[in-house]
Ligand binder design. Structure first.
Ligand code: FMN
Ligand code: MN
Length: 467
């Protein structure tokens, strides 16, 4: 059976990571808070107030542990695995039909307010936060898939935020020709589709072929009803429509990945919806946004994978073990074994100048520091970093346009939304291999007597924790 949202729900349930919520939950006033709090378990809502018969899945993945499950690996191997798989491509397979065509709503039936769209945060209108936008470059015919927040503005009208990347570039080309950009937006699929859509690669990269590469099987696609685009046959819901040229309307605010609203609000383009296709018993995919919730998981894995691939061959080879993205996602920890003086700084420069725009704070730690534990990273910063020599601030660099701490030189809405600020490198590694054992010895971590054989859980099962 091809991987889809149903196989993912079954996989989560099998390992006790999914909770079915049977009591009534209002997607507009209650679901956001429940999703935001559920950092350990995925939630399948089975009783949605105002939307009889509908179900909705959220916080799936709730964390990096769930993401590792989706990739079929462990937390420790997640970044290297995602980095390796992100190099693979599998061509899509066209099929005549599929579950997403079971129901077709056209004309006035094509009404997005019929979907149980949840409200993420207290200050905002309903947003479809789980829509993967498919479009095609008119010049090259190349397909693109990316996440874009979609504000529900009316039965057939959505606001869309396009940060200047591939979707925006394609839209600019259509708009310059005075034409609307056809789009197909799919909602609800296996999480590796979401990981593929959130991957920033070269313009030529077809994210549906990447999704196939991540999954290890071709994505089966069907043609849309009202345009020539193709969408995954096993999606839960597809919205077909177009982004209108030369139309800008107020859009936002929306809960963003760093727990702020300061993000892209202003005059943004508009999607007109022409048709909705869906499964008979479609499950709506809710993606809660904010810091350290589902939206962040979809950011963190592709970000870490892209940085891992970018820095592993700096100066030929780096003894690279892991890359982990910190809360707020502007910070990145690199776990490595430096061989040369200055090598960690050289690698950190690569972290803040890579295919992804987010990294602002880059920290290097050694192999004996667990990059998944922020207190371990802070321990290394506190004890292995001499700020006189090991901290560098690079001023005047282009940073992520949603970074509220940086200067906004050009506002959102047009093609050049731009913020500029500093980048911070922190080398929290001990002296490198070339410095010799005498230089490294003072930084050797102590181990308590009996550490390798005496376990707390054997003495006090209720207190001990298996590590
Ligand atoms: C949860 C989530 C929400 C996102 N929302 C938006 C958005 O509203 N607008 C946007 O331009 N990018 C958004 N992104 C980022 C893009 O999807 C991502 O950078 C992608 O790689 C862009 O693809 P492209 O370069 O092919 O256009 C979001 C990413 C995630 C994980
Ligand atoms: Mn792309």
């Amino acid at each position: 059976m091809p991987a889809d949202m149903r196989t993912w729900i079954a996989q989560l349930e099998d390992v006790g990571e999914l909770v079915r919520v049977r009591s009534p939950v209002d997607p507009r006033t209650e679901m956001g808070a429940l999703l935001y709090q559920s950092r350990e378990k995925a939630l399948l809502f089975e009783n949605l107030v105002g939307y009889p018969g509908w179900r909705s899945l959220g916080m799936a993945p709730a964390n990096l542990r769930h993401a590792a499950l989706a990739y079929g690996t462990t937390l420790q191997r997640l970044t290297p695995t995602a980095a390796e798989r992100s190099q693979r491509r599998v061509p899509t397979q066209r099929v005549a039909s599929g579950p997403v065509k079971e129901v077709v709503w056209k004309g006035t039936e094509a009404d997005v307010t019929r979907l149980p769209v949840h409200v993420n945060g207290s200050e905002e209108p309903p947003y479809i936060a789980s829509g993967l936008v498919v479009c095609r470059d008119p010049a090259t015919g190349k397909r693109n898939v990316a996440f874009h927040r979609l504000q529900v503005k009316g039965p057939r009208k959505l606001g869309i935020l396009m940060v200047p990347r591939h979707t925006r570039r394609i839209y600019d080309a259509y708009e310059a020709a005075g034409e609307a950009m056809p789009v197909a937006i799919y909602i609800g699929h296996h999480p590796l589709h979401y990981m593929a859509a959130a991957t920033s690669g070269p313009f030529e990269m077809d994210e549906l072929e990447l999704a196939g590469g991540l999954l290890g099987e071709p994505v089966q696609v069907v043609r849309c009803e009202t345009n020539d685009l193709e969408v995954p046959a096993d999606a839960e819901i597809v919205l077909e429509g177009k982004v209108l040229p030369h139309v800008r309307e107020p859009e936002g605010p929306f809960s963003e990945f760093h727990d702020y609203y300061v993000a892209g609000m202003g005059h943004n383009p508009v999607v007109e919806v022409d048709c909705i296709t869906l499964r008979q018993d479609a499950i709506y995919k809710a993606v809660q946004n904010g810091s350290e919730v589902e939206g962040c998981v979809f950011h963190k894995v592709p970000l870490a994978a892209a940085i891992y691939n970018h820095i592993r061959s700096i100066a030929g080879h780096v003894e690279l073990h892991n890359v982990v993205v910190l809360p707020g996602i502007f910070g990145v920890v690199v776990q490595m074994t430096p061989r040369f003086w200055g090598e960690a700084k050289q690698v950190l420069l690569g972290v803040v100048s890579s295919p992804v725009l987010h990294p602002k704070v880059a920290i290097a730690v050694d192999e004996d520091v667990d990059p998944y534990q922020p207190w371990e990273v802070l321990w290394a910063v506190n004890t292995r970093c001499n700020p006189e020599t090991d901290v560098v601030v690079i001023p005047g660099v282009r940073v992520h346009p949603m970074d509220p701490s940086a200067r906004e030189l050009i506002p959102p809405g047009g093609p050049y939304w731009n913020r500029v600020g500093g980048k911070l490198l922190i080398d929290a590694t001990k002296p490198p291999l070339c410095a010799g054992e005498d230089a490294r010895k003072p930084f050797q971590r102590l181990k308590p007597m009996g550490w390798d054989r005496v376990r707390l859980e054997d003495f006090l099962p209720s207190v001990g924790r298996r590590t």
